[in-house]
Structure formats: C-alpha cells, structure tokens
Design a binder for this molecule. Structure first.
Ligand code: URA
Length: 422
C-alpha cells in the first residue's frame, strides 16, 4: 500500500479496507510510517469518522500489535477458578472510583485485574494517585500479578509495554495533534487495551459533561454503544453506564487527598456521590460475573472491602496505615456572594488541580503527591458570603495565581435560592 493513498482515501470520506487497516497499524508500530503521515491520517479520521467495521478492524489490528493476557485458568488459593471483571472510566475529575471499587468487588470472590494509566492533561491517573502511598509499586511482572489476584483478588498496576503497543504510540501522537477527542480513535484505544487485558466482564463508565471528553449526551451514548459493540464482538461481556462529569466526583481532586477519600469510603464513610457510583459499578461488575442478590453497600460498612484494600496495598509494597504526604502550602477560596452554589465546573477544577502539580504537562514530568483541590461544598448547597468553597494545595506556591483564577471561574453562585436542594 501507499500511505499517501490511504490518507487520501480517508480524507475524501472513503472506507478503509481491512487490508489497509492491518497494514497501516503494523507499519506504524514498526516505524515504517512517518509521524507526519500518521498525524494526517488521524486528522482525516477525526473529520470523516469510521464505520463500525473499520473501528472493529482498527481495534483488532491494535490488539494484534502486542501480547494478549489470559486469565482463563486463574484460581484462588483454594484452587477455585476465579471469574474476572474490570471497569474502565473514560476519564474525569476527582474520579478515584477504581480505588474503593476493585477491593469491594474482589471481596465477593471475583478477581479484578485492573491495568491502569497515568494522568495526562486535566484528568487524573489511578497510578499517580496510588503512588502517593510511600513504597507502593505500580510495575508488576505477570507472575506477581497472578499471585496477587489469587491472594488479594484485585490488582491495580501499570499495563506492561507489550500490551497494545500501537495504541501507546498513537495516543502520544494524538495528544500533541489535537486528535484525542475523536470517537473512533477513543473507542479503539480503550477497547484494544481492555480486550488485550483478557478480562471476562468489562463495565464502562462513560463520562458526560464539562470535565469529560464527551461534552454532550448523544456523543457519549454513541461512544458507549460503539465500545459495547467492540467488547461483545470480541467475546467480552461488556456493559456501559453513562455518568455525569459536570462537577468533580467527591470532595477531592488530586493524588494523596483522593486516596484518603477512597479510604474513607472503604471505612463506611465518604461523600455520597462516590459511594453511589462505586456501589452502582460494583453491582454491574458482580452481575456480569453471575453474582446478584448480595449486599454491596454493606461490604463497605462491615470492613470486608477494607480488608482487601489493605492486602492489595501491602502486596505492592505500601503501608496502608501510613500518613500520606501533605502539600506544603494551601490557599482557600471563599464565596464572594450569598446564594445557591449552582455550579462547580469539573473542567476548571481539574485544570486547577493539574496546574497545582497533581498532573503533568509532559509524559516525563513527575507529579506532587500532596497537590490538588479540596472542595468544601458541592453544587446544590446554599452558601454565605465568606464561606470556604475550595482549598488549593501545592508544594509550589508560584502556581497559586493561575489555579485561583481557575477555581474562581469554576464557581457560580446564583441569587435564585429556590434552585438549591438544601
Ligand atoms: N483513554 C484512552 O485510553 N484512550 C483514549 O483515546 C481516550 C481515553
């Protein structure tokens, strides 16, 4: 094939054949297609889209670019075969749900192999959050992963370099060419990794709203349907939930502060929205593995999920009882008016947490464990002038002015008190 012909075909709204797609992904992974040509093809896909058949083939070509994991023979320490289940969120602000969710589901005897990523841009990464726990290790060998699944029942670790390498290269290129938020490219990127991971059941948490890739519900629904189609077609029992991301989840956006909030949930407390979403996703994950009629919320209150969390953290070198790092500096933003808090924009809060040091601007950057934004109220509340709305945390106070601007922009207080819930 000629790469130029393939780019032209898509640029002019044509359909890429199976052979063209297989060739493109293979040649790009091997370094035989130049980055500028792949950038042009991504942009053509961004504007022209792909049909289901093309997306499916593109996904499979990315899976075939690397290894596939196989958990079909996974057994617990007593020799019982374990079903596997996983969830993936399309990315949000304050989205720490994986942390309480994985041990919660594992506490019912279903294995959770959760290969996670790091944050880039305004959305946080699960591995960055867990690395706030001193000593905790994200990189595990396949043998360590299997051993942990047989014991603790859940593992959250970094995906090895062998899993969908085409996606790693492509995602880095999309990130710098404004082609991340393309439906076919997001669906194939997520599903190639999740299918290669080898989970039996997959629950997708597709975020909709200001802090999500998909801002409107119709687009999010189409993304969800496409991913469910790809998973089902590949033999993975796949279900999607559409959930709101107009406002951050819970009261924290950062790393250590999100771990603390997750531990509160595992101890039977924590913010109601985090508990609700954790329980809803756990219920779907368990149902996918054939477990219904169990008291999912109860397992957060009776210590059952917490026991699994402690086992998971210890197995990966962390101390579950250690006090997590705290940012050196803080600055609180207060309500400028009295009324109903109508909005606390997820994107602005995410950008503020990121700019305070909770996220990274380039892949090679490190993150600050203690940085982030702690919210004191959520939309719906009535606030008085001078009441604290959010506290900004960082080790690098020169970051405050920009972050304060973002947090102030995130806040909308209305005089219309009738619109408040409380
Ligand atoms: N997450 C991914 O893994 N890939 C995307 O393209 C977007 C979100």
């Amino acid at each position: 094939f000629s790469t130029v012909d393939i780019i032209r075909t898509k640029r002019d709204g044509g359909i890429l054949s199976d052979e063209m797609i297989d060739w493109t992904i293979d040649a790009y992974t091997r370094g035989a297609i130049a980055e500028e040509q792949m950038s042009a093809l991504n942009m053509a896909i961004f504007f022209q889209g792909m049909n289901r058949k093309e997306i499916s083939r593109w996904t499979h070509a990315m899976i075939n670019s690397g290894e596939r994991m196989d958990f079909s023979g996974l057994k617990d320490t007593t020799g019982k075969i374990l079903a596997t289940t996983d969830k993936h969120s399309t990315g949000g602000v304050g989205d720490k749900i994986t942390l309480p969710l994985a041990p919660l589901v594992a506490s019912f005897g279903v294995a959770v192999p959760q290969l996670s990523g790091r944050g880039l841009g305004h959305t946080g990464g699960t591995l960055d959050k867990l690395e706030a726990i001193p000593g905790w290790r994200a990189a595990l060998s396949n043998e360590e992963m299997f051993a942990q699944l047989a014991g603790a029942g859940a593992v959250i670790c970094a995906a090895g370099t062998g899993l969908a390498p085409a996606d790693k290269k492509l995602y880095a290129l999309r990130d710098v060419t404004a082609t991340v938020d393309s439906l076919p490219l997001i669906a194939s990127s997520i599903m190639s990794k999740k299918i290669a991971e080898g989970t039996g059941t997959l629950i997708l948490d597709v975020k909709v709203g200001s802090g999500a890739f998909m801002k409107d519900e119709a687009m999010a629904r189409e993304l969800a349907e496409t991913m469910v189609y790809l998973g089902t077609d590949a033999g993975v029992n796949t279900v999607a939930l559409l959930t709101n991301m107009d406002t951050p989840l819970g009261l924290t956006a950062g790393n250590a502060i999100e771990v603390d909030e997750s531990v509160e949930v595992l101890a039977g407390g924590g913010p109601e929205d985090v508990i609700e979403l954790t329980v809803a996703l756990a219920t779907e994950m368990l149902a996918g593995a054939g477990i219904t009629d169990v008291d999912v919320r109860g397992a957060l209150n009776n210590g059952q999920a917490m026991d699994r969390w402690r086992q998971m953290i210890i197995a990966q070198g962390g101390d579950p009882d250690v006090k997590l790092p705290v940012a050196k500096e803080s600055h609180t933003v207060y309500a400028q008016a009295e009324g109903a808090l109508l909005k606390l924009d997820a994107m602005d809060i995410g950008l503020a947490a990121w700019s305070l040091g909770a996220g990274r601007a380039r892949k090679e950057d490190s993150v600050q464990a203690g940085a982030g934004v702690r919210l004191h109220v959520k939309p719906g509340a009535l606030v008085r002038r001078g009441q604290p709305i959010a506290t900004l945390l960082t080790d690098t106070p020169e970051k405050f002015p920009r972050a304060i601007e973002l947090v102030e922009k995130a806040i909308l207080i209305g005089s219309d008190t009738d619109r408040a819930d409380t």
